[in-house]
Design a protein around this ligand. Structure first.
Ligand code: SF4
Length: 274
């Protein structure tokens, strides 16, 4: 039955689901095949951090859509939002010659390569496409911005986003775009900086495609009866199913210190992350 769902046409892989399988196959099974969610609410600091980030995504969406009115309530509740938006507007002047596609969802299906990417922003500059991704949690912990940038450059998000966009570039730009004319940029509003910038190429496209394909094949062929919890126990304390598997609560302070998780909080709304 699990295998059937993994093979179903409507089952699309995201960077989250691929990363979840890497962290723990059982977690992948519970979340994506059985559609289970464990009630584990974040602590106050994590919740506020998630909400501020989500509001920033919403305001950025409105800015690029030309809807400039910001919800006053959000700005009052999260004072950092005004600074972040000022920073965004300073960095991105709207050029009427370009096409701006905020919060853009792209899907592709080609054999076993069934992918979904949710872009914070695509900018179509004639025969070039830029992918922009907002990071509001990175760069303020113990890990340096340079180290975060390095991690982002080889992340599953980079691979899935760039691969899916290249494959579907005609849909986005109206014409097929050369790999060398695609780039991806991770940007944080405070302190305002680009954390990572990746120039795509045909070689990278082949490389990323091979990695993603292998991950999907591993998932398709995985026998959940062979699951060995001990092999994945280091992820348990920050996993939503910790109570189910180990009768222990999620360690939110460990989550706050885990750069991978905090960066994921920016990738998509919290419900898909923990
Ligand atoms: S608690 Fe541990 S074993 Fe259970 S699903 Fe999460 S990571 Fe896997």
């Amino acid at each position: 039955m699990d295998r059937d769902l993994r093979l179903a046409d409507h089952f699309l892989y995201t960077q989250h689901s691929l990363a979840t399988f890497d962290n723990c196959p059982l977690k992948f099974k519970k979340r994506y095949l059985e559609n289970l969610k464990w009630d584990s609410f974040p602590d106050e600091a994590t919740r506020k951090s998630i909400e501020a980030g989500n509001n920033f995504h919403l305001l950025a969406y409105r800015y690029f859509m030309g809807i400039e009115t910001a919800p006053v309530e959000a700005l009052e509740k999260y004072p950092e939002l005004s600074r972040w938006m000022e920073s965004l507007m300073k960095r991105f002047n709207i050029n009427p010659e370009f096409k701006y596609l905020p919060e853009y969802k792209l899907r592709m299906s080609s054999g076993e390569m069934k992918l979904e990417a949710n872009f914070d922003l695509l900018i179509v500059k004639h025969d070039h496409i830029e992918i922009w991704d907002w990071k509001t949690h990175g760069g303020r912990g113990k890990v340096s911005a340079a180290a975060i940038g390095k991690k982002l450059r080889s992340s599953l998000q980079t691979m899935v986003y760039m691969y899916a966009l290249k494959e579907q570039s005609r849909l986005v730009a109206g014409e097929e775009i050369k790999a060398s004319n695609i780039s991806m940029h991770y940007w944080q509003p405070e302190p305002a900086m680009t954390l990572a910038e990746i120039k795509y190429s045909d070689a990278l496209h082949e490389h990323f495609g091979n990695i993603i394909r292998e991950k999907i094949r591993n998932i398709l062929n995985y026998d959940f009866n062979s699951f060995d919890k001990d092999m994945y126990s280091k992820h348990c304390r920050v996993c939503e199913f910790n109570w189910f598997c180990n009768n222990e609560r999620v360690d939110f302070s460990a989550m706050q210190e885990d750069e991978d998780i905090m960066l994921e909080l920016d990738w998509e709304r919290a419900e898909e992350v923990y």
